[in-house]
Write a protein that binds this ligand. Sequence first.
Ligand SMILES: *Cc1c(COP(=O)(O)O)cnc(C)c1O
Length: 338
Amino acid sequence: MDLSRFPRRRYSDGPTPLEFLPHLTRALGGPEIWIKRDDLLGLSPGGNKTRKLEFLVADALQQGCDTLITCGAVQSNHCRLALSAAVKEGLRCRFVIEERVPGSFREDANGNHFLFRLLGVEDLKVVPAGSDLLAAMAEVAQELAASGRKGYVIPTGGSNALGGLGYVACAQELQQQCFQQQVAFDAIVVASGSSGTHGGLLAAVLGDRMRIEVVGIGISREPQQQVPLVQGETQAVLDLLGAGITVQPEQICCVGGFWQPRYSVPNARMVEAVQLLARTEAILLDPVYTGKAMAGLIGLCRQGRFRRGQRVLFLHTGGAPALFAYTDAVSGRQQLAP
Ligand SMILES: *Cc1c(COP(=O)(O)O)cnc(C)c1O
């Protein structure tokens, strides 16, 4: 599929590393486990939102906008990375922050919240869980317009058709690396949230007929709710690219059971996964997304869903700054649900 007609800014230098994880593989005793280090993408530090923002910010600049407006949770990596891209481009940036867990917004918080302030967010509006975020962002855009400015609204997680192109680009990059490194994977395991990453990858796999299963580990929803979301995103990306393909729900693999008790709230399996990766491979996962996604991969190995003789790729989508907002949980000082 041809991405070359879409304007794109570059925030990273070259492909992210594709590496075998020998110690983790030995510790689990199942399939060969590899990782693609999208946590080493550019910006502050980078993650999956870096790739989406390359297309979204290029569009904002083409439209002559001067301010990025986006939304996210109190520890949003996406907000932090949109702000970082804005800084690099000489744009300003405003957030609508959804307090998904009541009482979780704290002005003195560490992690991404600290970085919002350090990177110089222009304004930040906190709204309660379940608010209409698109409407709240439209309001911010109107305020800017009233003073002669022009805002560019980026939806939750940067997950629209244009943002999803970032993960079509990632899949194409991976395809090249597999060819260069002479390696093939049975499955790619990824955190599935606002679905731009999962949907973008799946659009590329279907559109380019790659033979690899995309397994999304839900970090906020069970498959019943997540599959339609991923289906919508995948279809939007395929349509934007003119692929002429209709994605069916049976082609979407979402795994539940690893995100509970709720989005962003720690559980014991996440802590086990974060500690295991740190102590076997010196790789930092995050408590909200990649820790739970890796817990999913570990769980699928233990269930025999992934077996010895197979090769599985974990896509590291970033997020490590949030570790510093969850030190009590991750260090094992808190009693947690399994
Ligand atoms: C946003 C995010 C995800 C989820 O990606 P989506 O495209 O929203 O599904 C995964 N990992 C990290 C670190 C994130 O910040």
